[in-house]
Design a protein around this ligand. Structure first.
Ligand SMILES: C[S@@+](CC[C@H](N)C(=O)[O-])C[C@H]1O[C@@H](n2cnc3c(N)ncnc32)[C@H](O)[C@@H]1O
Length: 321
């Protein structure tokens, strides 16, 4: 956690007087600025993934005393900061733990709605999805919903499908809870933590009717490619959790990643391309414009959709809805 120590550091002369520093510090809302275990780890992209680097409220040389005592949870009734703990820490992660400013509205939603619609990915229990959603409707997993606008639009357009939306991004979790409440949606649940742990430890075989991965972090640098989500090993795992006939829908504005996705999905024996030619899918009407997609389009990026089906093997019964 950042900034929670309360140690006042000296303000360099270039930063101005102590009074000016104090004025700058007062502008920081201590109840909402924090980090998600952020550390000096590589940034996923400098393209559409926000502006990596400094927290907007960071003032060099000034340390802010938070209202929370050290070790006190950020949202006592909300998502946990590190739900799976160190047990799963060693794996290469596809996301960037980033400093995140939570607005008052998002904080309020996290506190009020988390116990009802939220789920911490702690890796400790196998989920009963019918119990989680209160019905036996099909369940689609969305990995990396960001701020959740597209999630809510898709959930509203298809109330007969449950969406299990997972991300590590605390402001996005609060935003999605708020939007879902405003829309009166009952078919969205918000999961906090690493989707890999969710898939591996908490979902039963064939539990999912589909998987959506919209604009995953592209990790453009070669040395970071290993962090990309869509890889053969990920597909091996996903294939065990998606029922035969279930659809995997990916989209990206990063063309080299799109090519990689197409290659690994086409090569995977458990998935078949819905496109007869084996290529990218035309953009489906039902996928709303996402926030990261809009940023990519502004930069002139080309967006590619991929629609694959989990293979139905001979003598394998169709499962799920
Ligand atoms: C580039 S953003 C895209 C957000 C959104 N889909 C959009 O298009 O606006 C990718 C998101 O995926 C999340 N993410 C990446 N890997 C993840 C993982 N293994 N588990 C959960 N979330 C993950 C990141 O935190 C980030 O919010």
């Amino acid at each position: 956690m950042s900034g929670g120590t309360g140690h006042a550091r000296t303000v360099p002369a270039a930063q101005g007087t102590a009074a000016a520093a104090a004025r700058r510090a007062r502008k920081i809302d201590p109840t909402v600025s924090d980090s998600l275990n952020a550390s000096e780890v590589p940034q996923p992209a400098d393209h559409a993934h926000g502006q990596p680097g400094r927290h907007p409220s960071h003032v060099p040389g000034v340390s802010v005393r938070h209202t929370r005592a050290k070790g006190e949870p950020r949202f006592p009734d909300g998502p946990k900061a590190d739900p799976a703990g160190a047990h799963f820490e060693r794996r290469i992660r596809s996301f960037q733990p980033r400093r995140s400013r939570v607005t008052a509205g998002q904080a309020d939603a996290l506190q009020r709605l988390w116990s009802r619609w939220g789920l911490d990915i702690d890796g400790h229990e196998t989920l009963d999805l019918a119990d989680l959603f209160g019905n036996t409707n099909p369940v689609v997993l969305e990995i990396g919903f960001g701020m959740g606008e597209a999630t809510v639009q898709m959930a509203a357009a298809d109330p007969g499908t449950n969406i299990l939306a997972v991300d590590v991004h605390t402001p996005g979790q609060g935003n999605l809870l708020n939007l879902a409440e405003q829309e009166g949606l009952t078919n969205v649940r918000v999961a906090n933590g690493d989707a890999i742990i969710l898939l591996h430890e908490m979902l039963r075989p064939d539990a999912l009717d589909g998987l959506r991965v919209f604009f995953p972090d592209p990790w453009p640098k070669k040395r970071h490619h290993k962090r990309r989500l869509i890889q053969p090993e990920f597909l091996d795992l996903a294939a065990t959790r998606i029922r035969p006939g279930g659809i995997v829908h990916c989209a990206t504005d990063w063309e080299p990643y799109a090519e990689q996705m197409l290659d690994v999905l086409n090569a995977h024996p458990e998935f078949e391309n819905t496109q007869p030619g084996g290529g990218f899918a035309p953009r489906p009407d039902f996928r709303p414009l996402t926030r990261f997609e809009a940023q990519g389009l502004e930069k002139g990026h080309v967006v590619n959709d991929l629609l694959f089906r989990r293979v139905q093997h001979h003598n394998q019964p169709l499962t799920g809805a």
